[in-house]
Design a protein around this ligand. Structure first.
Ligand code: DER
Length: 233
């Protein structure tokens, strides 16, 4: 599909331009676009991969790396990461991103912040001017399960009237993250000040992490419908 080709183009170019032969610790995000990131990494010289450790950000990304026969590590053992590449649900003109569509944003943010460089790869549907233009599901908020109703009320008080607990599809009840927590999706319409939005949500008691990645990404690669790649820095 056009979208899949766009994801692949962005992922391949990002790996080619930002994963250097001197790098020894690479952070790998979660979701469907990073599938192409791992595919491109597997096309590198096996001897190079043999001396590189890859840090996953979910059971899903860990599975991609293990299936590829790559060495996985954790951020506890490898706190200094050379580069982390990850997808996003939406990116604004200043490279702020909404993440967490795959309910993986806690580990993703830790692994992104531990890296010297954080690179976003996405298809054209994620390329916005302002957050909230195209991603309408809301800001993903990871919360401790027992506090979810209390957090929901606070998010509604902050203006997210349609905030909802994320329910699972192939499981009865709510989505449970790889960390054992719940996710609330909190729409705020257009988010003109994502830093303020992030701070307000993060200060709610019971919130573990917020799917707003502000002032973190160095560069974003967007695969376009026509097969080209747009790079935003
Ligand atoms: O959950 C996440 O933050 C993922 O990175 C996700 O948002 C990107 O998923 P996609 O590459 O499948 O669109």
């Amino acid at each position: 599909s056009l979208i899949e080709q766009a994801k692949q183009k962005a992922a391949y170019q990002a790996v080619d331009e930002h994963v250097l032969p001197t790098h020894r610790v690479i952070g790998v995000g979660s979701g469907s676009t990073v599938v192409h990131v791992v595919a491109r990494l597997l096309q590198r010289d096996p001897e190079l991969n043999a001396k590189t450790v890859f840090i996953p950000t979910s059971f899903q990304s860990r599975g991609l790396l293990l299936d590829g026969g790559l060495t996985v590590g954790d951020v506890e053992q490898y706190p200094d990461i050379d580069v982390t590449i990850d997808g996003a649900d939406e990116v604004d003109a200043q490279l702020n991103a909404i993440k967490g569509g795959g309910a993986a944003h806690l580990q993703e943010k830790v692994v992104a912040e531990a890296a010297k460089k954080f690179v976003i790869v996405a298809d054209y549907r994620k390329d916005s001017k302002v957050l909230g233009e195209q991603w309408l599901k809301g800001v993903p908020v990871e919360v401790v399960p027992f506090a979810w109703r209390a957090v929901l009320k606070k998010l509604q008080a902050q203006g997210s009237n349609d905030a909802k607990l994320r329910m699972a599809v192939a499981k009865a009840g709510p989505v449970v993250t790889d960390n054992g927590n719940f996710i609330i999706d909190a729409p705020f319409g257009l988010i003109k000040d994502p830093v303020k939005c992030l701070r307000d949500i993060k200060l709610i008691t019971g919130v573990v992490e917020v799917g707003l990645f502000c002032n973190m990404a160095e560069v974003a690669y967007f695969g376009c419908e026509d097969g080209s790649v747009t790079i935003r820095t």
